[in-house]
Design a protein around this ligand. Sequence first.
Ligand code: ADP
Length: 430
Amino acid sequence: MTTPTPYGNESTAAPVEPHRVLVLNSGSSSVKYQLLDMRDRSRLASGLVERIGEETSRLVHTPLTGGGGGAGPRERTGRIADHDAALKAAAEELAADGLGLDSPELAAIGHRVVHGGLKFSAPTVITDEVLKEIERLVPVAPLHNPANITGIRTAQALRPDLPQVAVFDTAFHTTMPESAARYAIDVETADAHRIRRYGFHGTSHAYVSRKTAELLGKAPEDVNVIVLHLGNGASASAVAGGRCVETSMGLTPLEGLVMGTRSGDIDPAVVFHLKRVAGMSTDEVDVLLNKRSGLVGLCGDNDMREIRRRIEEGDEQAALAFDIYIHRLKKYIGAYAAVLGRVDAVAFTAGVGENSAPVREAAIAGLEEFGLAVDAGLNAVRSGEPRLISPEYARVAVAVVPTDEELEIADQAFALVESLRPQGLGQVDN
Ligand code: ADP
């Protein structure tokens, strides 16, 4: 007997409950992907296509627990013309592992979408109207949303029958009160141009704040956490009882902490000064603050490993860059402690937060009055697991909590699709 599934596939075998999710993170010249099995939330494969459109494109595909698992990464080099070709190449690699995207086991494709504005506070099944709204947000996310849209269109063409789910970087921050979200500028101008603080890295802040509560053995509702997401991009958030009440990135990911290549907070008059006095164009200032500032602007390196190595060799420029980075971080910890009133935990995450013991030690040093301390022995332990690094006597827990944005996107996309799916495949032809 032929069994129609809710996704339009036809199968003569026993119906397979769709249980896989493909997560896509599409950048302007790259696509990262992961395929997960949501029955045990294991990763079946992951991959990266970079330098799309150039002669030197590269695809690295890593089979994991599923088909081909343990075989090690495979690489393709040579021009991959566009996102369409990139996704097709990824699909071929997955198919070679027995994980083809045409499989009825695929339940959804989850897309990381950077800017969801105020409208999207939860994962959303992508319809034409949703796609139009993501397009309307391009002026506030000119670098990211166009690439995300391309990724969505490409995936839709590949599997038009499948639910495509957008998971927004901004969604977790939509709970911020107006007092935190509004800039103190003319309200009419702000509203006309949708100028307000949206925040980013929300999927990571949501995941890490929840995991931190779990680590403390408490419900998210009972815990106040300061999350420090320190990657190449970096942001802090204050999460009260599971809800974000403040975050350091604003209209764009430029505001807040010192980052790999971005300045973070700066007097906006610096922009007028650079234009009027230094004769720079708007685009030049944009590039300066987004690409040639932060750690790279201060010392020429944005990789914290390299900066620490230089400091150990006595490099003063690297030491000053590190001090500026830490100073800003401390200011945010103090500010967010004041915003929250009571802090239960400070959680470090992302590339720097998870791996750099010196950054964690320096950021918390001198904050004993706030109940914060780091145990040197615990801080030195290297592990991929969530862990506490504060001494037992400390009033506030300090934790290292590895982030997992792909798992969070897959969880959110799958939960949404499951909630919309008719229960049991046998019932759909009633
Ligand atoms: P993003 O996703 O923003 O590109 P990641 O979260 O992957 O960034 O973080 C990348 C950064 O993490 C690198 O630029 C580097 O500074 C830092 N990093 C990675 N590994 C280590 C390490 N072992 N020690 C210190 N810093 C590290």
